[in-house]
Design a protein around this ligand. Structure first.
Ligand code: PHE
Length: 418
Protein backbone atom coordinates (compact mmCIF):
# COMPACT_ATOMS: atom_id res chain seq x y z
CA UNK A 1 0.00 0.00 0.00
CA UNK A 2 1.29 3.48 -0.83
CA UNK A 3 2.30 5.51 2.19
CA UNK A 4 -0.51 7.82 3.20
CA UNK A 5 0.43 11.45 2.87
CA UNK A 6 -1.31 13.76 5.29
CA UNK A 7 -3.15 16.32 3.19
CA UNK A 8 -1.83 19.23 5.24
CA UNK A 9 1.85 18.82 5.74
CA UNK A 10 5.14 20.59 5.29
CA UNK A 11 8.51 19.11 4.33
CA UNK A 12 11.39 20.24 6.51
CA UNK A 13 14.91 18.82 6.10
CA UNK A 14 13.53 15.92 4.07
CA UNK A 15 10.86 14.91 6.62
CA UNK A 16 7.14 15.53 6.43
CA UNK A 17 5.31 17.10 9.34
CA UNK A 18 1.61 17.77 9.83
CA UNK A 19 0.67 21.45 9.96
CA UNK A 20 -1.80 23.08 12.34
CA UNK A 21 -3.01 26.49 13.57
CA UNK A 22 0.54 27.36 14.76
CA UNK A 23 2.36 26.59 11.48
CA UNK A 24 4.11 29.70 10.18
CA UNK A 25 7.42 28.41 8.82
CA UNK A 26 7.88 29.97 5.37
CA UNK A 27 9.50 28.56 2.20
CA UNK A 28 12.34 31.10 2.50
CA UNK A 29 13.15 29.86 5.99
CA UNK A 30 12.85 26.18 5.05
CA UNK A 31 15.43 26.78 2.29
CA UNK A 32 17.99 28.05 4.83
CA UNK A 33 17.89 25.03 7.12
CA UNK A 34 20.40 22.81 5.26
CA UNK A 35 22.99 25.55 4.68
CA UNK A 36 24.84 25.68 8.05
CA UNK A 37 27.09 28.59 7.15
CA UNK A 38 29.05 28.11 10.39
CA UNK A 39 30.46 24.85 9.01
CA UNK A 40 31.20 26.01 5.44
CA UNK A 41 34.99 26.15 5.10
CA UNK A 42 36.38 29.70 4.65
CA UNK A 43 33.03 31.36 5.38
CA UNK A 44 33.55 34.22 7.89
CA UNK A 45 31.08 32.61 10.31
CA UNK A 46 33.03 29.36 10.19
CA UNK A 47 36.33 31.13 10.87
CA UNK A 48 34.78 32.99 13.80
CA UNK A 49 33.37 29.72 15.21
CA UNK A 50 36.81 28.11 14.94
CA UNK A 51 38.46 31.16 16.54
CA UNK A 52 36.15 30.89 19.56
CA UNK A 53 36.70 27.12 19.74
CA UNK A 54 40.47 27.60 19.65
CA UNK A 55 40.18 29.68 22.81
CA UNK A 56 38.53 26.76 24.65
CA UNK A 57 40.68 23.84 23.46
CA UNK A 58 39.68 21.50 26.30
CA UNK A 59 35.93 21.95 25.68
CA UNK A 60 33.73 19.67 23.53
CA UNK A 61 32.96 21.48 20.24
CA UNK A 62 29.48 20.70 18.90
CA UNK A 63 28.04 22.13 15.68
CA UNK A 64 25.62 19.67 14.07
CA UNK A 65 22.47 19.63 16.19
CA UNK A 66 19.15 19.82 14.32
CA UNK A 67 17.41 23.22 14.44
CA UNK A 68 14.08 21.47 15.10
CA UNK A 69 13.28 21.49 18.80
CA UNK A 70 10.13 21.29 20.89
CA UNK A 71 8.79 24.43 22.58
CA UNK A 72 9.44 22.47 25.77
CA UNK A 73 13.18 22.37 25.01
CA UNK A 74 13.37 25.94 23.76
CA UNK A 75 11.37 27.46 26.64
CA UNK A 76 9.98 25.24 29.42
CA UNK A 77 13.16 23.37 30.37
CA UNK A 78 14.76 26.82 30.73
CA UNK A 79 12.01 28.13 33.05
CA UNK A 80 10.52 30.64 30.60
CA UNK A 81 7.13 31.77 31.95
CA UNK A 82 4.04 30.47 30.15
CA UNK A 83 3.19 33.96 28.87
CA UNK A 84 6.67 34.90 27.60
CA UNK A 85 6.30 36.88 24.33
CA UNK A 86 9.04 34.82 22.64
CA UNK A 87 6.60 31.91 22.48
CA UNK A 88 4.16 33.72 20.19
CA UNK A 89 3.76 32.89 16.49
CA UNK A 90 4.65 36.49 15.64
CA UNK A 91 8.12 36.06 17.22
CA UNK A 92 9.09 32.43 16.53
CA UNK A 93 8.80 29.93 13.66
CA UNK A 94 6.63 26.88 14.25
CA UNK A 95 6.43 23.73 12.11
CA UNK A 96 3.37 22.92 14.21
CA UNK A 97 2.35 23.35 17.84
CA UNK A 98 4.79 20.64 18.99
CA UNK A 99 7.84 21.53 16.90
CA UNK A 100 9.63 24.81 16.29
CA UNK A 101 12.94 26.24 15.05
CA UNK A 102 15.23 26.97 18.00
CA UNK A 103 15.32 30.70 18.78
CA UNK A 104 18.62 30.34 20.65
CA UNK A 105 21.36 27.77 21.23
CA UNK A 106 20.35 27.64 24.92
CA UNK A 107 17.57 25.30 23.69
CA UNK A 108 20.20 22.52 23.79
CA UNK A 109 21.66 23.20 27.24
CA UNK A 110 19.68 20.54 29.08
CA UNK A 111 20.30 17.76 26.54
CA UNK A 112 24.05 18.49 26.33
CA UNK A 113 24.43 18.47 30.13
CA UNK A 114 22.30 15.32 30.23
CA UNK A 115 24.76 13.61 27.86
CA UNK A 116 27.42 14.19 30.51
CA UNK A 117 29.30 17.09 28.89
CA UNK A 118 30.73 19.44 31.52
CA UNK A 119 32.74 21.89 29.34
CA UNK A 120 31.31 22.52 25.91
CA UNK A 121 30.69 24.94 23.06
CA UNK A 122 27.80 24.58 20.64
CA UNK A 123 27.48 26.63 17.46
CA UNK A 124 24.27 26.63 15.44
CA UNK A 125 21.83 28.52 13.24
CA UNK A 126 18.93 30.09 15.19
CA UNK A 127 15.64 31.54 13.95
CA UNK A 128 13.62 34.59 15.01
CA UNK A 129 10.89 36.45 13.15
CA UNK A 130 11.99 40.02 12.71
CA UNK A 131 11.91 43.21 10.70
CA UNK A 132 14.01 43.64 7.54
CA UNK A 133 17.06 45.92 7.56
CA UNK A 134 20.84 45.80 7.21
CA UNK A 135 21.44 44.23 10.62
CA UNK A 136 18.43 41.90 11.07
CA UNK A 137 17.89 38.58 9.35
CA UNK A 138 15.44 35.87 10.44
CA UNK A 139 18.29 33.34 10.59
CA UNK A 140 21.50 34.02 12.45
CA UNK A 141 24.14 32.04 14.33
CA UNK A 142 25.05 31.70 17.97
CA UNK A 143 27.73 29.99 19.99
CA UNK A 144 26.69 28.71 23.40
CA UNK A 145 29.38 27.88 25.93
CA UNK A 146 29.08 26.27 29.33
CA UNK A 147 31.08 24.84 32.16
CA UNK A 148 29.85 22.91 35.18
CA UNK A 149 31.77 21.44 38.10
CA UNK A 150 30.88 19.34 41.13
CA UNK A 151 29.36 21.35 43.95
CA UNK A 152 31.98 20.10 46.42
CA UNK A 153 35.45 21.15 47.62
CA UNK A 154 37.18 19.40 44.70
CA UNK A 155 34.98 21.25 42.17
CA UNK A 156 35.56 24.57 43.91
CA UNK A 157 39.31 23.97 44.00
CA UNK A 158 39.33 23.37 40.24
CA UNK A 159 37.57 26.72 39.74
CA UNK A 160 39.85 28.56 42.16
CA UNK A 161 42.99 27.32 40.39
CA UNK A 162 41.57 28.26 37.03
CA UNK A 163 40.67 31.72 38.36
CA UNK A 164 44.27 32.28 39.48
CA UNK A 165 45.63 31.25 36.09
CA UNK A 166 43.14 33.45 34.17
CA UNK A 167 43.63 36.45 36.48
CA UNK A 168 47.41 36.28 35.97
CA UNK A 169 46.93 36.19 32.19
CA UNK A 170 44.56 39.17 32.24
CA UNK A 171 46.88 41.14 34.49
CA UNK A 172 49.56 40.94 31.80
CA UNK A 173 47.10 42.07 29.09
CA UNK A 174 46.04 45.48 27.88
CA UNK A 175 42.40 45.37 28.95
CA UNK A 176 40.19 47.80 30.88
CA UNK A 177 37.16 46.22 32.51
CA UNK A 178 34.10 48.03 33.84
CA UNK A 179 32.74 45.46 36.25
CA UNK A 180 29.57 45.04 38.32
CA UNK A 181 29.37 43.06 41.58
CA UNK A 182 29.05 39.29 41.17
CA UNK A 183 25.93 39.48 43.34
CA UNK A 184 23.56 42.35 44.07
CA UNK A 185 19.96 42.79 45.25
CA UNK A 186 18.68 42.73 41.64
CA UNK A 187 21.10 39.97 40.64
CA UNK A 188 20.90 37.69 43.68
CA UNK A 189 22.37 34.36 44.65
CA UNK A 190 20.04 31.38 44.04
CA UNK A 191 18.41 29.83 47.11
CA UNK A 192 20.06 26.48 46.31
CA UNK A 193 23.58 27.99 46.25
CA UNK A 194 26.22 28.91 48.78
CA UNK A 195 27.06 32.58 47.99
CA UNK A 196 30.77 31.75 48.24
CA UNK A 197 30.40 29.15 45.49
CA UNK A 198 28.37 31.53 43.34
CA UNK A 199 31.06 34.21 43.71
CA UNK A 200 33.73 31.77 42.52
CA UNK A 201 31.65 30.60 39.55
CA UNK A 202 30.69 34.16 38.55
CA UNK A 203 34.35 35.16 38.78
CA UNK A 204 35.34 32.22 36.58
CA UNK A 205 32.66 33.22 34.07
CA UNK A 206 33.91 36.82 33.96
CA UNK A 207 37.59 35.89 33.71
CA UNK A 208 36.89 33.30 30.98
CA UNK A 209 34.87 35.75 28.90
CA UNK A 210 37.19 38.74 29.40
CA UNK A 211 39.94 36.53 28.13
CA UNK A 212 37.78 35.45 25.14
CA UNK A 213 37.18 39.15 24.32
CA UNK A 214 40.93 39.73 24.24
CA UNK A 215 41.32 36.72 21.97
CA UNK A 216 38.65 38.02 19.55
CA UNK A 217 39.32 41.76 19.51
CA UNK A 218 42.78 42.72 20.78
CA UNK A 219 45.32 43.40 18.08
CA UNK A 220 42.71 43.78 15.30
CA UNK A 221 42.72 46.70 12.88
CA UNK A 222 41.66 49.78 14.88
CA UNK A 223 42.66 48.34 18.26
CA UNK A 224 46.14 49.72 18.88
CA UNK A 225 48.71 48.51 21.38
CA UNK A 226 48.42 51.81 23.29
CA UNK A 227 44.65 51.66 23.59
CA UNK A 228 43.43 49.07 26.04
CA UNK A 229 40.54 46.85 24.97
CA UNK A 230 37.49 48.13 26.87
CA UNK A 231 34.98 45.56 28.14
CA UNK A 232 31.86 46.50 30.09
CA UNK A 233 29.74 44.18 32.26
CA UNK A 234 26.05 44.94 32.79
CA UNK A 235 23.51 43.27 35.06
CA UNK A 236 20.84 41.36 33.12
CA UNK A 237 18.08 38.75 33.52
CA UNK A 238 17.52 35.43 31.79
CA UNK A 239 15.03 32.86 33.07
CA UNK A 240 17.68 30.09 33.25
CA UNK A 241 20.57 32.01 34.87
CA UNK A 242 20.97 33.96 38.13
CA UNK A 243 22.98 36.15 38.56
CA UNK A 244 22.95 37.17 34.87
CA UNK A 245 25.07 39.59 32.86
CA UNK A 246 25.60 41.11 29.44
CA UNK A 247 28.98 41.98 27.98
CA UNK A 248 29.75 44.89 25.70
CA UNK A 249 33.03 45.71 23.97
CA UNK A 250 34.18 49.15 22.79
CA UNK A 251 35.45 48.61 19.26
CA UNK A 252 36.07 51.12 16.46
CA UNK A 253 34.29 53.90 18.31
CA UNK A 254 31.15 52.05 19.44
CA UNK A 255 29.91 49.87 22.31
CA UNK A 256 28.91 46.53 20.80
CA UNK A 257 26.58 44.11 22.58
CA UNK A 258 28.40 40.82 22.46
CA UNK A 259 26.75 38.22 24.67
CA UNK A 260 24.45 37.21 27.49
CA UNK A 261 25.53 34.89 30.30
CA UNK A 262 25.10 33.89 33.92
CA UNK A 263 25.29 31.31 36.65
CA UNK A 264 22.99 28.46 35.56
CA UNK A 265 19.69 28.31 37.43
CA UNK A 266 19.72 25.09 39.43
CA UNK A 267 16.35 23.78 38.13
CA UNK A 268 17.92 23.79 34.63
CA UNK A 269 20.63 21.44 35.88
CA UNK A 270 18.03 19.38 37.77
CA UNK A 271 16.20 18.94 34.42
CA UNK A 272 19.45 17.53 33.02
CA UNK A 273 19.89 15.12 35.96
CA UNK A 274 23.08 16.85 37.13
CA UNK A 275 21.78 18.37 40.36
CA UNK A 276 25.13 17.76 42.05
CA UNK A 277 26.84 20.27 39.73
CA UNK A 278 26.86 24.04 39.31
CA UNK A 279 28.31 26.33 36.69
CA UNK A 280 27.94 29.04 34.09
CA UNK A 281 26.68 29.47 30.52
CA UNK A 282 26.98 32.16 27.87
CA UNK A 283 25.52 32.72 24.38
CA UNK A 284 26.92 35.04 21.75
CA UNK A 285 25.71 36.07 18.29
CA UNK A 286 28.24 35.46 15.53
CA UNK A 287 26.97 37.81 12.80
CA UNK A 288 27.30 40.98 14.84
CA UNK A 289 30.90 40.16 15.75
CA UNK A 290 31.79 39.01 12.22
CA UNK A 291 30.29 42.19 10.75
CA UNK A 292 32.68 44.38 12.75
CA UNK A 293 35.75 42.14 12.54
CA UNK A 294 35.46 41.76 8.73
CA UNK A 295 33.78 45.15 8.06
CA UNK A 296 30.82 43.41 6.39
CA UNK A 297 28.20 46.16 5.96
CA UNK A 298 24.99 44.16 5.37
CA UNK A 299 23.85 40.97 7.11
CA UNK A 300 22.44 39.56 3.83
CA UNK A 301 26.00 39.22 2.51
CA UNK A 302 26.61 36.19 4.75
CA UNK A 303 24.08 34.31 2.56
CA UNK A 304 25.55 35.48 -0.74
CA UNK A 305 26.71 32.83 -3.22
CA UNK A 306 28.52 35.51 -5.24
CA UNK A 307 32.18 34.58 -5.80
CA UNK A 308 33.02 38.26 -5.31
CA UNK A 309 31.98 37.73 -1.69
CA UNK A 310 33.00 34.14 -0.99
CA UNK A 311 36.40 34.21 -2.73
CA UNK A 312 37.56 37.04 -0.46
CA UNK A 313 37.87 34.78 2.58
CA UNK A 314 40.17 32.00 3.73
CA UNK A 315 39.49 29.66 6.65
CA UNK A 316 41.27 30.90 9.76
CA UNK A 317 41.96 34.43 8.51
CA UNK A 318 40.14 37.60 9.49
CA UNK A 319 40.50 40.10 6.65
CA UNK A 320 38.74 43.35 5.78
CA UNK A 321 35.92 42.86 3.29
CA UNK A 322 36.34 44.91 0.11
CA UNK A 323 32.84 45.94 -0.98
CA UNK A 324 32.09 45.53 -4.65
CA UNK A 325 29.99 48.24 -6.21
CA UNK A 326 26.75 49.12 -4.50
CA UNK A 327 23.79 48.93 -6.89
CA UNK A 328 21.03 51.54 -6.95
CA UNK A 329 18.13 51.30 -4.51
CA UNK A 330 14.57 51.10 -5.81
CA UNK A 331 11.87 52.24 -3.38
CA UNK A 332 8.26 51.10 -3.76
CA UNK A 333 5.39 52.03 -1.48
CA UNK A 334 2.56 49.64 -0.72
CA UNK A 335 -0.53 51.16 0.94
CA UNK A 336 -3.60 49.19 1.81
CA UNK A 337 -6.71 48.94 3.97
CA UNK A 338 -6.99 45.95 6.26
CA UNK A 339 -10.31 44.11 6.51
CA UNK A 340 -12.48 45.51 9.30
CA UNK A 341 -11.33 44.51 12.80
CA UNK A 342 -8.12 42.97 11.47
CA UNK A 343 -4.49 43.88 12.22
CA UNK A 344 -1.29 42.83 10.49
CA UNK A 345 1.92 42.18 12.42
CA UNK A 346 5.03 43.72 10.87
CA UNK A 347 6.78 40.32 11.00
CA UNK A 348 3.95 38.78 8.92
CA UNK A 349 4.38 41.52 6.34
CA UNK A 350 8.17 41.04 6.27
CA UNK A 351 7.99 37.25 5.87
CA UNK A 352 5.59 37.68 2.94
CA UNK A 353 8.01 40.15 1.31
CA UNK A 354 10.92 37.76 1.84
CA UNK A 355 8.97 34.86 0.32
CA UNK A 356 8.34 36.93 -2.83
CA UNK A 357 11.61 38.83 -3.22
CA UNK A 358 14.17 37.01 -1.05
CA UNK A 359 17.43 38.82 -0.41
CA UNK A 360 16.66 41.46 -3.05
CA UNK A 361 14.90 43.36 -0.26
CA UNK A 362 17.27 45.57 1.69
CA UNK A 363 14.79 47.04 4.12
CA UNK A 364 11.13 47.55 4.90
CA UNK A 365 9.82 50.55 6.80
CA UNK A 366 6.38 51.39 8.08
CA UNK A 367 5.67 54.90 6.73
CA UNK A 368 2.09 55.40 7.85
CA UNK A 369 -0.40 53.77 10.15
CA UNK A 370 -3.85 55.30 10.12
CA UNK A 371 -7.22 54.33 11.57
CA UNK A 372 -10.26 55.87 9.91
CA UNK A 373 -12.16 57.74 12.65
CA UNK A 374 -15.61 56.75 11.33
CA UNK A 375 -15.23 53.25 9.91
CA UNK A 376 -12.46 52.25 12.36
CA UNK A 377 -10.70 50.53 9.47
CA UNK A 378 -6.95 50.52 9.57
CA UNK A 379 -4.66 51.52 6.74
CA UNK A 380 -0.91 50.84 6.53
CA UNK A 381 1.77 52.08 4.19
CA UNK A 382 5.11 50.26 3.93
CA UNK A 383 8.11 51.41 1.93
CA UNK A 384 10.11 48.51 0.48
CA UNK A 385 13.66 49.12 -0.67
CA UNK A 386 14.56 46.64 -3.43
CA UNK A 387 18.30 46.45 -4.00
CA UNK A 388 20.33 43.44 -5.05
CA UNK A 389 23.79 43.02 -3.58
CA UNK A 390 25.07 41.24 -6.69
CA UNK A 391 23.64 43.08 -9.70
CA UNK A 392 21.70 46.06 -10.93
CA UNK A 393 17.95 45.63 -10.62
CA UNK A 394 15.78 47.13 -13.39
CA UNK A 395 12.77 49.22 -12.50
CA UNK A 396 10.62 46.67 -14.38
CA UNK A 397 11.94 43.87 -12.20
CA UNK A 398 11.25 45.85 -9.01
CA UNK A 399 7.76 46.67 -10.29
CA UNK A 400 7.06 43.06 -11.03
CA UNK A 401 8.27 41.93 -7.58
CA UNK A 402 6.19 44.64 -5.98
CA UNK A 403 3.12 43.55 -7.97
CA UNK A 404 3.63 40.02 -6.63
CA UNK A 405 3.87 41.38 -3.07
CA UNK A 406 0.58 43.21 -3.60
CA UNK A 407 -1.18 40.18 -5.00
CA UNK A 408 0.07 37.94 -2.17
CA UNK A 409 -1.11 40.51 0.36
CA UNK A 410 -4.59 40.43 -1.16
CA UNK A 411 -4.69 36.62 -1.17
CA UNK A 412 -3.25 36.05 2.26
CA UNK A 413 -4.70 38.92 4.28
CA UNK A 414 -7.66 40.13 2.21
CA UNK A 415 -6.35 43.69 2.08
CA UNK A 416 -7.66 46.40 -0.23
CA UNK A 417 -4.92 48.27 -2.06
CA UNK A 418 -5.25 52.08 -1.89
N1 PHE B 1 20.31 32.57 24.84
C1 PHE B 1 20.54 33.95 25.23
C2 PHE B 1 20.19 34.85 24.04
O1 PHE B 1 19.92 34.36 22.96
C3 PHE B 1 21.99 34.18 25.65
C4 PHE B 1 22.36 33.45 26.92
C5 PHE B 1 22.94 32.19 26.84
C6 PHE B 1 22.15 34.03 28.16
C7 PHE B 1 23.30 31.51 28.03
C8 PHE B 1 22.51 33.37 29.33
C9 PHE B 1 23.09 32.12 29.26
O2 PHE B 1 20.14 36.06 24.17
Amino acid sequence: MAAQRPSHCVTVLGEQYPTDHMTNISPTIVSKLPLKLHTQPSHPLSTLRALIESHFPTYAHLSSLSPLVTPYQNFDLLSFPADHPGRSVTDSYYVNKDLMLRTHTSAHEVEVFERGETKWLLTADVYRRDEIDGSHYPVFHQTEGARIVSANPAGMKEIEEDNERLAAHLERSNIEIEDVPHLSPINPCQPAHDPKHTELIAKNLKLSLNSLMLHLFAGRVGATAQNPLRVRWIEATFPWTTPSFEVEVFFRGKWLEILGCGVIYQPTLDNANVSDKLGWAFGLGLERIAMVLYSIPDIRLFWSQDPRFLSQFKQGEITTFKPYSKYPACFKDVSFWLPEGQGLHENDFCDLVRDVAGDVVEDVKLMDNFTHPKTNRKSLCYRINYRSMDRSLSNDEANSLNAQVVSCLRDRFGVEIR
